[in-house]
Design a protein around this ligand. Structure first.
Ligand code: PLP
Length: 396
């Protein structure tokens, strides 16, 4: 009998707000509503809160507060970084990215192609890794930017972005990384690193949706995409979303505090889940298992099932997970990430992503380990019954 409490295993889609974050942002939604640009004490309070948030985000990333630009989300940060590089470099007629990026980079690059810019989409191997020699070869004299994600949202596979940034620095090409899934999950130290810009999003690490940031190295020229008032030091116009920025700052502080303990605890839960699934369900393959991965993500393919049907059945048991990425749920194409890894159609069709987070308990994992194998078994016997035309006798 399904229990009423949800088992939330979709932390790469979004995360629950940390109560400390809610507490810190609430006054800025109620009493402290001043505009940070106001020339009075009431406005200055809001400005100080935004400055404190900037310091907290910078501390999490190991960079300077002045290198942080607040934005509305990870998508905006990615778009702004790529646009800036192309506008800034008059020879910039070419960009390099990978074929497994999030849609906020891929769709943007596809749009650039329509506007006459050439884009190289790097392939990945079966483990989901990029070939650094191929990446280096892809850089040309007219390349304006290389944009490669830090951690893949579907498989959790980590790209060696620090090494890639070094290659780009030697070739004098800007390097941007979409670190939306990495920030808050793994340690990041941008000081003395060759990364020019980095995107992050609060809702992936227990902050609210609709607020993000773009790190822009102090020596990197930046052309803003959003023009208007001089907010964010002229780099992103628009009255600051103070409450959300404060929340992002607090979420960053909490991530820094919890990082060491959480990495181990979350990895242990993910590994326990993965091991149990692999042992108890035949025809199972963990995607990206041989690559360096985020500690929280499990992308798994089950032979003989359709992920859409599995999601629906698991939902009835109150398990929240995704087919590939959350953005893909409902799409019939199948994951572009798993296809890029050249996995078979069957493996792509039968893939599910489970992602753990700060508020998962061992009990959640116990319940998932109990429910998932039974659900897969049920789906397999149903499709076998359909194939053979025999009555199933399987109650839903
Ligand atoms: N990049 C990656 C890797 C993501 O996983 C996401 C969100 O799923 C984004 C970018 C977009 O972030 P946001 O939802 O804040 O626009």
């Amino acid at each position: 009998m399904p229990s009423d409490e949800i088992i939330y295993l979709d932390n790469n889609a979004t995360t629950r707000l940390d109560p400390a974050v809610v507490e810190e942002m609430l006054p800025f939604l109620t009493t402290s509503y001043g505009n940070p640009s106001g020339g009075y004490q009431f406005g200055a309070q809001a400005r100080q809160a935004v400055d404190q948030a900037r310091e907290r985000v910078a501390a999490l990333l190991g960079c300077q507060p002045g290198e942080i630009v607040f934005t509305s989300c990870g998508t905006e940060s990615n778009n702004a970084a790529i646009n800036s590089a192309l506008q800034f470099n008059p020879r910039g007629k070419h960009a390099v990215t990978s074929s497994v990026e999030h849609s906020s980079v891929l769709r943007h690059c596809e749009q650039l192609v329509k506007r006459g810019c050439d884009v190289t989409f790097l392939e990945v191997d079966q483990n989901g890794d990029v070939d650094l020699a191929q990446l280096e070869q892809a850089i040309r004299p007219e390349t304006a930017i290389v944009s490669v994600m830090w951690a893949n949202n579907e498989t959790g596979v980590l790209f060696p972005v620090e090494k890639i940034a070094e290659i780009c620095r030697e070739k004098r090409v800007l390097f941007h990384t979409d670190a939306v899934q990495a920030v808050g999950k793994i340690p990041i130290q941008l000081r003395d690193c060759a990364i020019n810009s980095l995107a992050l999003s609060a809702h992936k690490f227990h902050g609210p949706k609709g607020v993000g940031a773009l790190y822009v190295n102090r020596r990197t020229r930046f052309v803003p995409s959003t023009l208007g008032g001089g907010q964010e030091n002229g780099r992103r116009a628009g009255t600051e979303n103070v409450a959300s920025i404060v929340a992002l700052g607090k979420a960053a502080e909490r991530a820094a505090e919890c990082m060491v303990e959480e990495q181990t605890r979350v990895r242990t839960m993910r590994d326990r889940f993965e091991k149990a699934i692999a042992e108890n369900v035949s025809g199972t393959a963990i995607n990206g298992a041989l690559a360096a991965r985020l500690p929280n993500t499990c992308s798994v393919s089950f032979e003989g099932i359709e992920s859409g049907a599995a999601l629906a059945l698991l939902d009835r048991h109150r398990i929240c997970c995704s087919a590939g990425s959350a953005c893909r749920t409902g799409s019939t194409e199948g994951s572009h990430v798993l296809r890029a890894m050249e996995l078979s159609d069957e493996r792509v069709r039968g893939s599910l992503r489970f992602s753990c987070g700060r508020f998962n308990s061992q009990e959640d994992i116990d319940r998932a380990i109990d429910i998932v194998p039974k659900a897969i078994e049920k789906l397999r016997s149903l499709s076998e019954a359909v194939a053979t035309g025999s009555p199933t006798g399987v109650a839903s």
